[in-house]
Design a protein around this ligand. Structure first.
Ligand code: MRU
Length: 345
């Protein structure tokens, strides 16, 4: 059985440290919200839905650690905790959805009651994410034909969702329906989520996978070896513009040039109807060291300038369909997304 990415155990948050995979399977028990924030920033927990779940549990942990019995003081301190989470990673909207849900759940007659309500809400968010990713995977599997070879980018499996997976969930569900499916996984520089995590998860599922470097995708498309591309998402704006791991846009343009369907699979918690343009999505800039080094080893001359945007935006014109747990949405996306997405402030 696949190790759980996130688990609430005896009042602590147990995470599988994704930064150490596939070499070591290390679990960390986080008992303070500071530890959860650090784990998110250092990408020991990563992937938009998994970040949302971790944030919810992290807020519950933060609440448990607040000492005052005065409700107003408690709520003021809780607000601080939530603000610190909001500043941890800016692109994945699931993080902000989770904060919003936890804010609404901070109700009760006294502090003890609110603390309990927050733990229950975090567990509910987690359960809903498991159900949503399972459902969208079943729906998306209809798009995969027997014998298909799918190209995927980054990692959008159980590790990234604390559930069933999105892009990898669809592939897994197709296999469970008895279809023969093979995968090309891009390594996904700079942090190699494809090489380290996607291949690790697919191998455990018994799904045939070939690892390629990011720059090989066009070569294999041109040779007719890719039947479709499926990726996850970190945020989908109301008009269908989609933020996902850097390199997704390049793959979408390539898929379009070769007439290959390009699918985005995401739970509706990844949809942000408050943004009317995709270019309003904040793009996280990470340390240049992630580009100049690979797992701590320098690969460029010391002091060289490097850029490191962690995500890019794919316009809806390149997206064949968006797979959610509430249905498969096709153009025009604005209408379809409005029916399933969430708006929050
Ligand atoms: O920087 P990461 O590893 O958190 O980025 C993850 C991705 O871009 C995933 O494709 C996305 O979160 C979807 S996960 C189901």
């Amino acid at each position: 059985m696949m190790a759980r990415a996130i688990e609430w155990l005896d009042g602590k948050l147990r995470i599988l440290d994704q930064s150490k995979l596939p070499g070591e399977q290390v679990f960390a028990d986080l008992d303070s919200y500071h530890d959860v924030i650090l784990a998110i920033k250092e990408m020991r927990v990563r992937g938009a839905p998994a970040i949302g779940v971790a944030v919810a549990y992290g807020i519950a942990l933060g609440a448990s650690g607040i000492k005052t019995a005065n409700k107003d003081e408690f709520l003021a301190q809780l607000n601080q905790v939530m603000q610190t989470f909001a500043a941890s990673r800016p692109t994945a909207v699931n993080l902000f959805q989770a904060i919003n849900r936890m804010k609404k759940a901070a109700r009760g007659d006294g502090v003890a009651e609110i603390k309990k309500s927050l733990i229950n809400e975090a567990k509910r968010i987690h359960r809903e994410e498991i159900t949503a990713t399972e459902k969208l995977s079943q729906l998306g599997a209809e798009l995969i034909k027997d014998g298909f070879t799918v190209l995927t980018h980054c990692n959008a499996g159980p590790l990234a969702t604390a559930g069933y997976g999105t892009a990898l969930g669809v592939i897994k569900a197709a296999k469970d329906q008895g279809k023969k499916v093979s995968v090309f996984a891009t390594e996904t520089r700079p942090l190699l989520q494809g090489a380290r995590l996607t291949t690790w998860e697919l191998r455990q599922e018994g799904i045939s996978v070939t690892l390629i470097t990011d720059s090989m995708a066009g070569y294999f498309m041109k040779r007719g070896e890719i039947d479709c591309v499926i990726v996850g998402a970190d945020r989908i704006a109301a008009n269908g513009y989609t933020a996902n791991k850097i390199g997704t846009y390049t793959l979408a343009v390539l898929a379009n040039a070769h007439g290959i369907p390009f699918y985005v699979a995401a739970p509706t918690t990844t949809i942000d109807l408050s943004l009317t343009s995709g270019y309003q999505i904040p793009i996280e800039e990470r340390s240049p060291e992630e580009v100049t080094h690979i797992q701590g080893v320098p690969i460029a001359p010391e002091g060289i300038r490097a850029a490191n945007p962690a995500f890019d935006i794919t316009p809806p014109s390149y997206i064949t369909a968006i797979i959610t747990e509430k249905g498969i949405i096709r153009k025009p996306y604005t209408e379809g997304l409005k029916g399933v997405g969430s708006r929050f402030s």
